[in-house]
Design a protein around this ligand. Structure first.
Ligand code: LLP
Length: 392
């Protein structure tokens, strides 16, 4: 991802910053769109993964839709240029003003997460003289085999409608002309790398699809959510996910009835690899048991390691030019940490890196998804800085 010219350009910039490789973003989107088109599948980009304006603009231009989880995300999507017919609004706790705002913009669907929410949407739509299109988010109790903090489709999770509540949903739908049932929606978790999880999901979707069909509801949309994982260990080996392999599973295992569309809400798989967090070594601290590299980036820029014990590859940009590792004494192990007053502010433990010094550039890879969007102002840190590949 980094050549000598890029590294020289980085040296002139104030760190830390998020570097965006817009060519890689374009290539990833093209690959995802191409694979989806082959099966006549539709993608909505899960905006929560990254709502950087330049990233959103590139995505909007490809014709992919937007999956939003707050009223502000809906407004942002519209501001960027996504057509309301391509916007869906999900989220376990939609406030009245967010619902009204989305109704006002005639978005394509609300992904509804409870019987009570369904009634509230029906009432608000009626009061606004609108018909709200709804998809029911069902909790299918499928284990995503991922970190427990990013698992969403189990009975113990707060997300989705429990299967025994579906009849009550149909009662609300029958009673209210202000809502129209257009589909069912699922999302079982994130960073899923075991493709069997998606097979199990398909089996469940088929069961629910038939359940509705038997009751006289031919659903227009089967929305299977997102969750496709990426390669954090070797970002350069697999900079673009194998979208075809992923979509093939749904093509093979999902039983579409006549006229049904299949929708996906991918976030991470579209944007992860196009960004790295570039930081400088502030201090090198040699302890008795540990050596520390103290960076100028911290958990305030990238929260994932502190929050989920997530792994991100850490590279010294000095090492990119120094490929000869025959002299192992040039390398050592460091705990790579940030400057924030928290012990969890650590990007990686015992990371093997070339002997480093103050001022060396360090890249933390695969941060395009759930990176800058989860940044915080803790310790009154600077605003996030960005560098885009077309500016270098
Ligand atoms: N659809 C729904 C309903 C979701 O809740 C999510 C993510 C997605 C789609 C997109 O999932 P993706 O394709 O990106 O896996 N902050 C965590 C991830 C939280 C995911 C939340 N939901 C992390 O950094 O790993």
């Amino acid at each position: 991802m980094f050549n000598k010219d890029i590294i020289t350009a980085f040296e002139q910039k104030e760190t830390p910053f998020f570097y965006y490789d817009l060519d890689l973003l374009q290539a990833t989107l093209k690959s995802a769109q191409g694979a989806a088109n082959a099966f006549d599948f539709h993608i909505h980009y899960a905006m929560k993964a990254n709502f950087n304006e330049r990233v959103l603009t590139v995505i909007q231009q490809t014709g992919i839709g937007a999956d939003c989880v707050s009223g502000n995300e809906v407004l942002k999507a519209i501001e960027i240029g996504f057509a309301p017919k391509d916007i869906v609004f999900a989220g376990v706790g939609k406030a009245d003003k967010e619902i009204l705002n989305a109704l006002d913009h005639n978005i394509s669907a609300f992904n509804v997460e409870s019987v009570q929410e369904l009634s509230v949407i029906a009432d608000l739509a009626k009061a606004s003289g609108k018909i709200a299109k709804v998809a029911l988010r069902i909790n299918p109790n499928v284990d995503a085999q991922t970190h427990k903090y990013i698992t969403t489709g189990l009975d113990e999770n707060k997300f989705g409608i429990k299967t025994w509540e579906l009849s009550a949903c149909l009662d609300v739908i029958k009673e209210n002309k202000s809502i129209e049932l257009i589909g069912i929606h699922f999302h079982v978790g994130s960073q899923i790398v075991d493709m069997n999880v998606f097979k199990s999901l398909c089996v469940k979707v088929n069961e629910f699809n038939s359940w509705f069909d038997e009751r006289g509801y031919r659903l227009k949309i089967l929305n299977v959510g997102g969750g496709l994982g990426v390669n954090y260990n070797e970002p350069d080996k697999e900079s673009i996910v194998d979208f075809r392999k992923y979509f093939e599973i749904f093509d093979h295992f999902l039983e579409r009835k006549a006229g049904q569309e299949v929708h996906f809400e991918l976030g991470r798989a579209l944007v992860s690899q196009c960004s790295s967090l570039i930081s400088k070594v502030l201090y090198v601290k040699n302890g008795i048991k540990k050596n520390f590299l103290i960076l100028d980036a911290g958990m305030t820029e990238l929260m994932r390691p502190a929050l989920y014990q997530a792994y991100h590859k850490i590279e010294s940009l000095k090492a990119i030019e120094k490929k000869d590792r025959s002299n192992t004494s040039d390398f050592t192990h460091y705990d790579v940490v940030g400057p924030i007053c928290e012990s969890t502010d650590c990007f990686g433990k015992e990371v093997e890196l070339p002997l480093s010094k103050r001022g060396d550039l360090i890249a933390i890879r695969t941060v395009g998804a759930y990176g800058e969007v989860m940044a915080s102002k803790y310790n009154l840190r600077d605003e996030i800085r960005y560098v885009y590949s077309d500016e270098l």
